[in-house]
Design a protein around this ligand. Structure first.
Ligand code: NAG
Ligand code: NAG
Ligand code: NAG
Ligand code: NAG
Ligand code: NAG
Ligand code: NAG
Ligand code: NAG
Ligand code: NAG
Ligand code: NAG
Ligand code: NAG
Length: 705
């Protein structure tokens, strides 16, 4: 996945999206009391699932996935192996391919020439470590940006902070020249592709993006921690690879927006979502001299006064440019149309018109990928083993269960988006929920984002999971870490195409806390050795996450009744409405939202009605009524995507939330209204009030009895 720190994301959400609504959300972990409620009892079927899970086999799956080259579109045998494991456990499994645009690194160069003519030549590659075998593989993946542009640039350069539009606005306000310069940006905050997009739109001709140890919190060498492999701090040479697609415009194959990529598919201009300027990622050690050369030039970092502009490195984070100090860079990519492979495994349910999909991507930026994504992949194989035990006892779920191992997620959610685009008619007819796991384990703290109908079942199931053999239930650990808060889905993993076609979803992970070893996101050091030494020794977080995902899938797919909480949708939308009011009230502009308020009230009343019907079906044990309610639950969310997409990004159809246009990862609620209003386009904002109202009423009508 593309996002590695929910803690930072939560911070980003609160700070960047809604300064004023801090009080709305209780994210303050320190205030949460340590709780120790007992584990909820398991049913006999649930006990079978839990007992089938073993850290010994999870370890074997992890070893397999982390010792072979599996960059997107390169490892068919790994796709087949995955399908074979699921097949052995009773899933009807196969490999399906798409024919997509990708690009692979050929070579690159970067140097800094000082005004006096001296040259600094960064290494651009990560250290080879004796104890970490995959760092030395001859076919290890070089550092690069997926979907980056081929090209070269030579120019003075400017430090642009995290590269959000507000950062560029501030630079323009300060009179810093951008046109014709190269951007030096730090990682963190918005999706990296948007940093490059914003630089390009400011007339800049290249981008260099570095890791800043500020994102590692306290666990740094500067604070006395030894660096990996000798200790938990970041290895100084580590580089974050990753895609520079313009994710918030649309994901998937850049050349087939809105339709599946087959060999003979027509191809659109890929530059709607791909940069024209070259970009290169670097480590923090390589960044220090480049940043230091700007010290004393332009505006000092403190005076720029922007969120997380000044990082933790020993430099002033001045904007520059430094007269005569130039970066020279080149990036050569091999642009290709090539096959990618999704593995798909199916168990048919008794209700053929209801489906639960469970997905994880398989491709990684590195040979390892022990956390991202193959902790999730190992969990999925183990989960298939657990369901195999139930199937062997003659169990059959009420709903179809589909397992998916996506390829090319890392370039832009490509495998999942193309698959959804191909099967959208069937998904619209049958999909009930999509369960996503990506970085299943990179540390000991569970975290979830989910659509509101799933909040209750998602937290109830946590109460059944013995977290990492501690005899504390997962719910208590999660509550302490996440403050009882379930995130809104933005983007950054494979749930995106599902959500924006009206299928509710959950995304789950387990992450490092403030004092845990630093997870080397998209680096060679996200390896089997790191995982077994620091990330999850003994695979205990993997084991608990397998329990969680299996029990959640079982409870969603097994019983005749779909256990959704619809009144929670009304409750959550009320908080989004309050956020919108705060946004509006913080300006001198006005916007009539009374129709939205009425639509939300109408929706709320439809949720109480459907809940009453559900209760009645349970009390009367009325199977026909249960089926009726199930279908309302399955279908209502299609209403939210019924009114066409967001302005200039039609892919994003969910009118209640979407990734922010300038964040890529973090969500914006009522995005059509909020973004138009914030951009000062009140006509467009009013138009989106109408569309949002219409969509909410369509959803309400589906629920109504
Ligand atoms: C694919 O991955 C497997 C498992 O990691 C590995 O053994 C194999 O060598 C890889 N194939 C290629 C072509 O790199
Ligand atoms: C990259 O390879 C191309 C083609 O072989 C060559 O012309 C170019 O000089 C190389 N560039 C770098 C930076 O190594
Ligand atoms: C050139 O300037 C850089 C940066 O100030 C300095 O480190 C280097 O020693 C200088 N080289 C020469 C030859 O003076
Ligand atoms: C991090 O370090 C700061 C300063 O050294 C300290 O005040 C803080 O408590 C530390 N945080 C954690 C979570 O250890
Ligand atoms: C920094 O910006 C904030 C508003 O964003 C302002 O309140 C504060 O005074 C500024 N600080 C300085 C030192 O300019
Ligand atoms: C930070 O850099 C300055 C000079 O650039 C140097 O004098 C100082 O020792 C450095 N501090 C640390 C903690 O490395
Ligand atoms: C599952 O159902 C589909 C569609 O009804 C059918 O084509 C397929 O053969 C079934 N698979 C199995 C294993 O029964
Ligand atoms: C599995 O977990 C146990 C502790 O419950 C541990 O002793 C063992 O080493 C773990 N096995 C593996 C393969 O990590
Ligand atoms: C926004 O302003 C309106 C009108 O002044 C007021 O009624 C409402 O309570 C305010 N809402 C929030 C969330 O501040
Ligand atoms: C507002 O948005 C509409 C639709 O995108 C556009 O046609 C119009 O020019 C925009 N108005 C302003 C003032 O930007």
């Amino acid at each position: 996945m593309w996002l590695y720190s929910p803690t930072l994301l939560v911070g980003a959400l609160v700070l960047d999206r809604c300064q004023a609504c801090l009080h709305e959300h209780d994210f303050t972990r320190s205030l949460v009391k340590r709780q120790n409620t007992p584990l909820s009892p398991l049913t006999p079927d649930e006990q079978v699932l839990v007992d089938a899970v073993s850290n010994t086999t999870i370890d074997q799956w992890s070893y397999y996935y982390t010792h072979g080259y599996h960059l997107a579109g390169t490892n068919l045998s790994m796709a087949q192996w995955t399908a074979d494991r699921w097949g052995e456990n009773g899933f009807d499994s196969s490999v399906v391919s798409y024919y997509v645009f990708l690009n692979y690194p050929v070579n690159k160069s970067l140097s800094l020439t000082y005004a006096n003519g001296s040259v600094f030549q960064p290494s651009l590659e990560e250290a080879v470590l004796d104890v970490d075998e995959t760092t030395s593989y001859p076919n290890r993946v070089p550092t690069f940006h997926g979907y980056s542009a081929s090209g070269s640039a030579e120019a003075e350069y400017v430090y642009v902070g995290r590269g959000q539009q507000v950062d560029f606005d501030r630079l323009k306000e300060l009179g810093v020249p951008l046109e014709g310069k190269i951007a030096l940006a730090r990682y963190g905050g918005p999706f990296r592709g948007l940093k490059v997009k914003n630089a390009q739109e400011s007339g800049m001709i290249g981008a260099v993006i570095f890791t800043d140890t500020q994102d590692d919190g306290n666990v740094t060498e500067a604070n006395g921690y030894a660096a990996y492999p000798d200790g938990p701090a970041r290895n100084p040479s580590s580089v974050q690879r990753g895609s520079v697609q313009f994710l918030s415009t649309y994901p998937g194959d850049p050349t087939t927006p809105g339709y599946p990529s087959k060999e003979d598919s027509p191809r659109a201009d890929r530059h709607q979502v791909m940069p024209r300027i070259p970009s290169i990622p670097i480590s923090y050690v390589d960044a220090i001299p480049i940043l230091a050369a700007l010290d004393g030039y332009g505006t000092d970092g403190e005076a720029v006064n922007r969120t997380r502009w000044v990082g933790a490195l020993n430099v002033s984070y001045s904007t520059g440019p430094a007269p005569g100090a130039k970066i020279s860079m080149s990036n050569l990519m091999d642009d290709v149309y090539t096959p990618i492979w999704n593995s798909i495994g199916i168990i048919n349910g008794t209700n053929s018109d209801e489906t639960i999909i469970i997905g994880n991507h398989r491709d990684a930026w590195i040979v390892g990928g022990a956390a991202d994504p193959n902790s999730g992949s190992s969990i999925m194989v183990e989960l298939s083993k657990a369901f195999g035990k139930l199937l062997a006892q003659g169990w059959k779920p009420s709903r179809n269960i589909v397992l998916a191992s996506w390829d090319a997620e890392e370039y832009g959610l490509v495998g999942s988006t193309e698959w959804v685009e191909e099967y959208i008619p069937w998904l619209t007819e049958t999909a009930v929920s999509y369960l996503n796991i990506d970085v299943g384990a990179s540390g000991p703290f569970p975290y979830i984002d989910a659509t509101p109908e799933l909040h209750t079942i998602a937290t109830d199931v946590m109460k059944k999971v013995n977290w990492m053999d501690t005899n504390r239930n997962m719910y208590n650990v999660w509550y302490e870490y996440a403050g009882g808060s379930i995130g809104v889905l933005g983007s950054g993993s494979d749930y995106t195409a599902f959500v924006h076609n009206g299928v509710g979803a959950i995304d789950m992970s387990s992450n490092p806390g403030d004092t845990d070893p630093v997870y080397h996101y998209h680096s060679n050091f996200d390896s089997y050795h790191w995982m077994t030494t620091y990330g999850d020794p003994g695979f205990l977080a993997h084991k608990s996450m397998t329990h969680y995902l299996a029990l959640l899938a079982y409870n969603l797919a097994g019983p005749e009744r779909i256990q959704f909480n619809l009144p929670n949708w009304a409750k959550q939308m009320d908080t989004y409405y309050d956020d919108l009011m705060l946004t509006i009230n913080s300006t001198s502009d006005t916007l009539d939202t009374s129709a939205l308020r009425s639509a939300l009230d109408e929706f709320a009343s439809s949720t109480t009605q459907v809940q009453a019907l559900d209760d009645q079906a349970v009390a009367a044990q009325d199977a026909a009524l249960t089926r009726l309610v199930n279908h309302k639950y399955r279908d209502f969310q299609r209403g939210f995507v019924s009114q066409g997409g967001l302005p200039n990004r039609e892919f994003y159809k969910h009118i209640i939330f979407a990734p922010g246009l300038d964040t890529g990862y973090a969500p914006t609620t009522f995005p059509g209204i909020t973004e138009a209003f914030e951009a000062g386009n009140l006509t467009l904002a009013a138009e989106y009030v109408r569309k949002t109202v219409d969509a909410i009423l369509v959803a309400a009508n589906i629920l109504k009895t």
